[in-house]
Each structure stands twice: as C-alpha cells, then as structure tokens.
Ligand binder design. Structure first.
Ligand code: NKO
Length: 219
C-alpha cells in the first residue's frame, strides 16, 4: 500500500508528459495553436496525418497503462479491500489528471480519452464489458459522423452506466472492489466530458471538426 502512495506522484509526472505536443514540435508545429488547439491524438492526426494519430494515441495510452501495471504488479494484481482498490485506482486517476493538467504545460493539457483507455486496459479484467461497449459506441459514432469528440463523449458517458447496470443486474457487493470501480468510472467520465466543453459548444453550433478537415479555429 505504501508503495502505491509513492506511485501516485510518479503517475502524475508520467501523465504530464505531453506526447502530442512533443511529436508536433518534432514535425515543426505547435498543436496548441493549430486545428482544435488540443494536444491529443486527434488534433495531431488532424494536422499531421493518421500515422501520427496512431503514434500519439499509443504513447498517451501507455501513460495510463504503464502506471496501472506498475501498481498492479506491486499488489500482485489482487487487492483485498476497498482502500487498496482506491489507492490502485488513484494511481490511474493521477495519470489522467497529469495528462489533463500537466505540470509541464502550466496545468493545461489534453482531454484524457487515450490515457483513460490505457488506465482501463491496465485494470483488465475489470471493466471488460463497459470497455467493450464504450469502444463499440466510439467506433459506431466515429464511423457514422467522423466526429471524434462526439464519439469520445458518448463512449465516456456509456462507460460508467454500463458498469453500474451490470453491477446491479449481477451480484452487487459494494464493500469489495465495485464501489471504488464505480466511483472511479463516474469521475473519469465526468472529467472527460468536462474537458470536451469547447467541443460541446461547437457540436451545438454545428461547427465541430470532422476528421480529415481542418478549420482554422482554435479551441
Ligand atoms: O482535437 O478536440 P479534438 O477534436 O484526441 O479532440 C477530441 C478528442 C480528444 O481525444 C483524443 C484522444 C483520441 C482517442 C481516440 C480513442 C479511440 C478509442 C477509445 C475509445 C474508448 C473510450 C473510453 C473512454 C473511457 C473509458 O475526443
């Protein structure tokens, strides 16, 4: 447990590494002042091409997966009580916070979709159904609309709802891992949706970017 406490600030630092910005700079652009102005995989891909989307997505995802697997390894991938689960989840949560409020970017940052996906992957086999559902919704919405933000927001909202649905329909035992996992999923979803505020305004105004097209608006 104590080791997990030490991992929390480490996860924050790892999450803070702005891979989208770094990759953009290596190609001579500041992604914060082009496209949507976001440092995420979507904006880098929008500006530099699909290969760069994949690269930044994987790197940002590893920022979530890495700390989760490290913390899981410390525990032997089994936690015996809610507090230990909370500490384990806190490691992933701080990685996401690092990405969103980076210490290297004056506490600005990304929207947390890829890093959250990494944290969720690191919790396998927990969240298998919510993750599969979120992924399916993401794919279906992106396929139909080509709007990444819309797909991300819908996937993020579906994630805790599916978890809650299955927890209640199945065997609800809040004193093990389920309550920590539910709280974590709700918090993560709320943060992702909040970080998409400017996207939501653009969606409502009908001016949101579709993948492949660049409009010269920032934020
Ligand atoms: O530039 O504001 P923008 O249009 O870039 O970007 C909006 C976008 C920001 O997010 C990203 C990361 C790209 C992630 C693509 C992820 C594809 C698969 C993940 C689906 C599962 C999501 C689950 C969420 C929480 C569990 O949105």
């Amino acid at each position: 447990q104590q080791t997990l406490l030490y991992l929390i600030p480490v996860a924050y630092l790892v999450g803070s590494v702005p891979f989208g910005l770094i990759v953009g700079k290596m190609r001579g652009i500041d992604v914060r002042t082009a496209g949507s102005g976001n440092i995420g995989a979507t904006n880098v891909g929008r500006l530099l091409g699909a290969k760069y989307f994949a690269l930044v997505f994987v790197l940002d995802m590893l920022k979530g997966l890495g700390p989760m697997v490290a913390a899981g390894g410390v525990l032997g991938f089994v936690a015996n009580d809610s507090l230990t689960y909370l500490l384990w989840l806190a490691v992933g949560f701080t990685a996401i916070l690092g990405h969103m409020f980076s210490v290297f970017l004056k506490f600005k940052g990304g929207k947390g979709v890829a890093t959250s996906a990494g944290v969720v992957l690191g919790l396998f086999p927990y969240f298998t159904l919510p993750a599969a559902t979120a992924l399916a919704i993401w794919g279906a919405l992106f396929g139909r609309t080509k709007i990444v933000s819309l797909a991300s927001i819908a996937a993020a909202i579906a994630f805790p709802l599916v978890y809650l649905g299955f927890a209640i329909a199945g065997d609800w035992h809040p004193f093990g891992e389920q309550l920590p996992l539910l709280l974590f999923s709700l918090l993560m979803a709320a943060m992702i949706v909040l970080r998409h505020r400017t996207n939501i305004s653009r969606l409502r105004a009908g001016t949101e970017h579709r993948f492949g097209k660049i409009k010269p608006t920032t934020n």
